[in-house]
Design a protein around this ligand. Structure first.
Ligand code: MLT
Length: 327
């Protein structure tokens, strides 16, 4: 009888929590990279689009950068599962299990999956002072200057790191460039523009404005097909066209809650995400930066999780072939 009463009380508490969610307490979206970069950009646009479907709730961004996104992800995995702390993360959710052999969380079992958000192509870019203007000249320049150049990334396990690894492995120039880690490609971009770093592979959500303004040089896109619908990037070659057989890298972002968040709260968050992803203003902002907002079954938590599980399996051999680990 006593046990039954305890269970009933727990069920009532959970129900009451779901009834009042989100209440007056803000919802914090943890971005595991520095402010001003591509993940931060998606999160800030999404936070705005989520406010209305969450009944006017305050949705704030918390940048928790470091270790290629794994510090922020750890923080959310260990946060109180009440729906008030969420994680917005990218492909690093799937690359870090192969890169970090001692992760403090299990990607598939320590989170509730809330749905995918967008897909973003990457661009191979260089500092404005580089003498090359085409991809071919750029590649020749890298080979001719092996050991003298550097490549920026947002930490081991970040999207920029993964892209740099795959690109250098495909070129067979594994250690031709020194890698310089930043807390995110927002600050790395400042150094690229300033000429302190030579090369970077970064998402179009961070590079578009800088290429447009002529502050950096773009050489190629990382997608399998040319970006024919992108006014700015449609004439840049793909790395496959440049001879890097099979090269195909697109970054994706998803939303997560700590494991154990009540199902009713998860449903509210997923419903709100679905509304946000249809918000014309959100779509317009994302498309303007070359991103494609998810408009398929991966908005459902189970499909999101299945997609990440498949990406983990896909990336493991790629990372092992590149032969680099974070620990
Ligand atoms: C990355 O390379 O993973 C991203 O650009 C991270 C960021 O948002 O800065």
């Amino acid at each position: 009888m006593k046990r039954l009463l305890v269970l009933a009380a727990a069920a009532t508490a959970l129900f009451a929590q779901a009834q009042t969610f989100p209440g007056s307490k803000p919802i914090s979206i943890v971005v595991p990279f520095a402010a001003g970069g591509p993940t931060d950009r998606v999160a800030r646009d999404l936070a705005e689009a989520l406010r209305k479907p969450l009944g006017g709730a305050s949705v704030v961004i918390e940048n928790s950068a470091g270790a290629g996104g794994t510090i922020g992800a750890t923080k959310v995995a260990k946060a109180s599962p009440d729906g008030h702390t969420l994680l917005l993360h990218h492909i690093g959710m799937a690359s870090s299990p192969a890169l970090y052999r001692k992760l403090q969380y299990n990607t598939l079992t320590d989170f509730e999956y809330l749905g995918m958000i967008n897909e973003v192509p990457m661009t191979l870019v260089g500092k404005p002072q580089l003498p090359a203007n085409t991809y071919r000249d750029f590649e020749n320049y890298i080979r001719a200057n092996a050991g003298k150049l550097n490549i920026a990334h947002a930490g081991l396990g970040s999207a920029s790191h993964l892209c740099g690894l795959m690109w250098q492995a495909a070129l067979n120039t594994k250690d031709a460039m020194t890698t310089i880690p930043f807390g995110g490609t927002g600050p790395a971009m400042t150094s690229l523009i300033g000429g302190q770093v030579d090369v970077m592979c970064d998402q179009t959500t961070n590079t578009t404005g800088q290429i447009e303004a002529g502050r950096i040089k773009a050489f190629a896109v990382t997608t399998a097909k040319p970006l024919s619908n992108n006014k700015l990037l449609k004439d840049y070659p793909t790395l496959q066209e440049m001879g890097l057989k099979g090269f195909n890298l697109t970054i994706w972002h998803g939303l997560y809650a700590p494991k154990g968040t009540p199902p009713a709260v998860l449903k509210q968050l997923n419903d709100a995400l679905k509304v946000a992803l249809k918000d014309p203003e959100f779509i317009k902002k994302q498309e303007g930066l070359g991103a494609v907002v998810v408009n398929d079954g991966r908005i459902e938590p189970a499909a999101h999780k299945a997609f990440v599980a498949a990406e983990i399996n896909k990336l493991k051999p790629v990372i092992e072939a590149a032969g680099k680990y974070a620990d």
